[in-house]
Design a protein around this ligand. Sequence first.
Ligand code: ADP
Ligand code: MG
Length: 438
Amino acid sequence: MSKKKIIDESKSRFTGIEQTRTALFRELRKAGICYIKDIPWGTHLCVFYETDRDLIDIAAQYFRAGLENNEYCVWIVPESISPAVAVSSLQKVIPNFALYLQQLEILKFSEFYLNNGNFNRDNILSMWEKKVAAALAEGYEGLRVLGCTSWVKKKHWQVFMEYEAAINKALATLQIIGLCPYPLVKYSKHEMLEIVSNHNFAFLKSRFDENTITDLAKYERIELVGKMAAGIAHEIRNPMTAVKGFIQLLQSKKELADYNDYFSLMIDELDRANDIITEYLSLAREKAKDIKEHNLNDILRAIYPLLQATAVRENVDLVLSTGVIKDVYVDAKDVRQVILNLARNALEAMPGGGILAIKTYMASDKVVLEVSDTGCGIPQEILDNLGKPFLTTKENGTGLGLPVSMKILDSYNASVNIKSSSDGTTFIIYFPSKGSDV
Ligand code: ADP
Ligand code: MG
């Protein structure tokens, strides 16, 4: 370890965990997957594939990125691809493949996951930890794995999903990148959702969809962004708090009174940056929810003064009409955030003033929340890519308001219908009501 590094570490204010995270996020790795570019250590990916050819294509690009970047690579092959076929298919695609033979291990699934036909989650987890340690000891930068799930039968499903969930957490602190391939045809939609929720990023590889990012991938990209945002937020917030503290200190000095306006401006900008980080952070999934029975009208009434004050400032008439509605099961904070995001967008779409109308009513057994404005309408490109983060038409926009809102609504099985034209935009949100089937 160089002297400089020792000095740096001794000065650091971060805790051990934050230091690990910092290092993990600093050293991004090439994914070797066309949908995503660079990923941090600890990323747990999954691909739904159709044919062995698809799997081999994925493996070739994925391992090429790993081998060329000094990672130790492990491929656990399904019964339909022999180790010899695996080697020859990689050889065809990876330049100078012979140089990497020591850096690659190809195992049959039966040698790895099963012991006398039984799957033991903890054994496999500790096996991965040992493999990472061995790879680091050999001088590699970490471990890149392509797992195998073709052997997972109904009887293994529960325990295998528990393993995926556990590994999703465990990987986060290890120098490891894992990709789990799942045969596309084998799983129901519900099973696929469970698989996706146990990974940071999911994508499809099939002849139906070669190059486009799929809905599944789009959703999971938000998860990955969230995970990365959570990891770097402290790093950005800590120095910002220190800077703000010093500015406030200078602001209190009599001899600097002439510069008071500048100091206030600097603090406002720091607060704005902080707000943006908060918004990014709400994309992170590890947020404990406080789900209770709520009436949307109560939530609306509670934030009405805030909405009203903002609307007046923006020269907009706020019209609230609350119907008799059933309760819904939600975290009130989430619904508040959705309403504020939509209202903020509505106000920003009406710079010259207009009407912001918020309504609640019942439509069969759904509780409907409608937010409409008389603004400029949502550009087609945004409508076509609804839910994709970072799409904004505003100079100071983050492009996160709609993705965050969609993700929240999705988590409550609420469906959204958007009507938008040059006369204005209406978001119609249908919440399942208490006691109704979803
Ligand atoms: P941001 O507001 O930071 O740009 P959002 O995700 O909230 O990010 O919105 C993305 C984009 O969608 C906006 O930049 C805007 O072009 C469009 N948009 C959203 N809501 C409305 C609306 N009510 N009227 C017109 N355009 C809208
Ligand atoms: Mg917005």
